[in-house]
Design a protein around this ligand. Structure first.
Ligand SMILES: [Zn+2]
Length: 101
């Protein structure tokens, strides 16, 4: 048995095309630019958790890797939001003490 690299459905060993999604099972699959690791890193740095669908729909990553990336990005997002709220409070009190008499 082999798995379709796109939909992960089990296939016959001699099958040339996936019987579920119809994509070719043989030959070197060219990795799409939006599934490359560099693209993923740039996407996470610039748009944060909004880049998670790129991980979820990536056929080259295992389920375990997808879950790990999702958890790491969620935790990082949570703490970055806390830091953002804290810095907004600091900026607010700073300008509040300057501009009130
Ligand atoms: Zn398939």
């Amino acid at each position: 048995m082999k798995k379709c690299p796109f939909c992960l459905k089990d296939q016959q060993e001699d099958a040339l095309y996936c019987d579920k999604c119809g994509r070719p099972l043989t030959g070197e699959q060219k990795k799409k630019w939006y599934f490359r690791v560099t693209t993923l890193i740039i996407a996470f740095v610039s748009i944060g958790p909004l880049a998670l669908p790129l991980v979820w729909f990536n056929p080259h990553l295992s389920r375990r890797a997808k879950i790990a990336v999702t958890v790491i990005v969620s935790v990082a997002t949570y703490f970055l939001v806390l830091v953002l709220i804290e810095s907004i409070k600091v900026i607010y009190t700073y300008y509040h003490t300057i501009f009130t008499f």
